[in-house]
Design a protein around this ligand. Sequence first.
Ligand code: G3P
Ligand code: CA
Length: 241
Amino acid sequence: MTLIFAHRGYSAKYPENTMKAFKEAEKAGADGIELDVQFTKDGKIVVIHDDKVDRTTNGTGFVKDYTFDELRKLDAGYQHKILLKKEPIPSIKEVLEWLKTNQLQCNIEIKSSLESYMKIEAPLIGLIREYGLSERIIISSFNHYSIVYCHRIAPEIEIAPLYAEGLFMPWIYSESIKAKGMHPNHKVAPNEIIKAAEEYGIQVRPYTVNKEKDMRRLFEIGCSAFITDDPVKALKMRKQY
Ligand code: G3P
Ligand code: CA
């Protein structure tokens, strides 16, 4: 069965990377969630996509220039009329605590600013271990050095390279960095590549798959999983397969 990961939570309907979006993805029946992490000025790990808070919150400036307490005052749901109350930027701790109450898988993407690489990995892994969630987490990043470093610290936690171009025979590459999966942009993952990788034993989880025709292709070839903003649409379609 092709698993469905809700990209930044159920972000087609709720504010991305908030507890509300994650909880709604679980309610909808998604198999997993995807989220992005970054480091604050005072070394806390928070869940937010951009290096600046401007697009998704009512604040301005770089995440790395805010302390955790300052960031928590911002509203990550202020553009969503669907919400009646404020949605803070979650800490990764809050998400891990909540994951203990369900069975979801969680793909944590290390986003972070360049200067945070080699700093964010160990504390992140420390928290994953503290909550006993190593078996349900996949750590991914476009920075492949970062996930190789994660694997060095925590070989028990799965890693997966993210890529949008430039990988030749990505399944061999993934094996070479000890990844059991790979996360390509779906536009650079034709059926031949997905089949070759899956036959080789590398699980493919393309992102970000939102159109029905693209979902259908992945269900039809039995891709391991995909990452989508709209888990409700994907789950409805999956019933046909
Ligand atoms: O993890 C897949 C996807 O989230 C990568 O792109 O920009 O949405 O973080 P982006
Ligand atoms: Ca992401």
